[in-house]
Design a binder for this molecule. Structure first.
Ligand SMILES: Cc1ncc(COP(=O)(O)O)c(C=O)c1O
Length: 411
């Protein structure tokens, strides 16, 4: 699999034969007949939404991640909004988060009228750097929102201590949208932070189409999250129907962020294969690491592979490599296009949030300082295909294409 890079082979972008005939996406779902059957059963049942599958999915999910409670939402973004609300974020408050994430992580702070404060990331994991976070703490800090970038848990112990040490006690929210199944010092993501947020988008480890979850050990936070996702109403339609009552009260300003029974049935069925999906992703990560060992080694490596810290078992939502641009004759854009021409669906995660036009416009003065580690990483990052349904041939094709393209442009 790891034949030495050859400069003789003409790249597809220069008219040569692509490594494969059909595009290999960077991520995609996999569904089986049991999933389809589970959904069909709900479609034939009495409850398409607010029915029994919701509680069932939440309970099984909570048990799987090792949390006392899990509250489902219509997306990971809605779940983040719920967590920001439950953390009590409001105008005048600040929440510290990473710039190297999908914009939804920071947007949930804005939804609550609070102020996002970015802190730079650690050079190895590209997760929030606790030293940088401690520099950004202020009496207004009400939450730290850490992202488990690519599926590698953030420095949860250090960040949790920083949150607790805040005057009134801030909460640690873990955005584990990449990290379902990841382990941190022997514990699963979902059982550690005050609230942990997951996404069930099709490129994730488990899908419900769109969907999300907040896991927490705190019963009061769970209650607030349940109300928030249901208009702020104190009871649910099925409870009222079953108890023969019509009366309900709206006790806080919530949203309709409910996940349907159709989606929860799919989630329950997918949960059965989650352990196998994770194992496959870990196997692919190990194959990539082995196949690229020489490219990433020596005094002048061409690429930097994702780091794994001691005590961590990542969930490998992504496999982001960083290009050593000093060793390459072209920039990330050319490498990206050349890999696409080989029919390898690479991607880039992420444009730092503060560089998006909306954030540049609204937070100009706050972003002046810059985030050198995140910004430098962004110039070099390229995510290789990573999903549990990848075949051995898919992995080989991705490896061959990277070696072909990087070999061609190495100097
Ligand atoms: C880190 C992170 N946070 C939040 C989200 C939002 O999740 P969703 O797409 O389910 O709304 C994503 C989506 O990919 C993500 O990668």
């Amino acid at each position: 699999m790891s034949a030495s890079p050859t400069k003789l082979e003409t790249l597809a972008i220069h008219g040569g034969k692509p490594v494969r005939g059909k595009l290999l996406p960077y991520g995609r779902q996999s569904l089986d007949d049991a999933d389809v059957q589970a959904v069909v059963e709900v479609l034939k049942s009495d409850w398409l939404t607010t029915g029994p599958k919701i509680g069932e999915f939440e309970e099984r999910f909570a048990a799987w991640v090792g949390a006392r409670h899990a509250v489902s939402f219509s997306s990971g973004t809605a779940a983040l909004h719920g967590a920001a609300f439950a953390a009590g974020l409001g105008p005048g408050d600040e929440a510290i988060t990473t710039p190297l994430t999908f914009c939804a992580t920071a947007n949930c702070i804005l939804y609550q009228g609070a102020t996002p404060v970015f802190a730079d990331v650690s050079p190895d994991t590209l997760n929030l750097d606790p030293g940088e976070v401690s520099r950004k703490l202020s009496p207004r800090t009400k939450a730290i929102i850490a992202v488990d970038y690519a599926g590698h848990p953030a420095a949860l112990d250090e960040l949790g201590q920083l949150a607790k040490a805040q005057g009134q006690g801030a909460l640690l929210i873990e955005d584990a949208c990449h990290a379902l199944g990841a382990e941190y010092k022997g514990k699963r993501a979902g059982s550690i932070a005050d609230m942990t947020v997951f996404s069930f988008h099709p490129v994730k480890h488990l899908t419900t189409g769109e969907g999300g979850m907040v896991a927490t050990n705190d019963a009061r936070l769970a209650e607030t999250l349940r109300r928030f996702r249901n208009h702020g109403i104190s009871s649910e339609a099925r409870q009222r129907q079953e108890s023969g009552q019509w009366f309900y009260e709206m006790v806080l300003l919530g949203f309709n962020y409910r996940l349907t029974d159709i989606a929860c049935a799919l989630g329950l069925s997918q949960l059965e294969r989650l352990a196998a999906n994770l194992a496959r992703r870990r196997e692919i990560a190990a194959q990539y690491a082995e196949a690229f060992r020489d490219l990433a080694a020596g005094d002048l490596p061409a690429i930097v592979l994702p780091a794994v810290r001691d005590g961590i078992d990542p969930a490998w939502h992504l496999y982001p490599v960083r290009l050593k641009l000093e060793r390459l004759a072209v920039g990330r854009g050319e490498i990206f296009r050349a890999l696409r021409a080989e029919n390898i669906g690479v991607n880039v995660h992420y444009i730092p949030v503060h560089q998006h036009p909306y954030y540049r416009e609204h937070f100009k003065s706050k972003c002046k300082e810059g985030y050198p580690v995140a910004e430098d990483a962004y110039e070099r990052l390229i995510s290789l295909p990573m999903f549990h349904a990848m075949t051995g041939q898919d992995v080989e094709d991705a490896v061959q294409a990277v070696r072909k393209v990087v070999g061609h442009y190495s100097r």
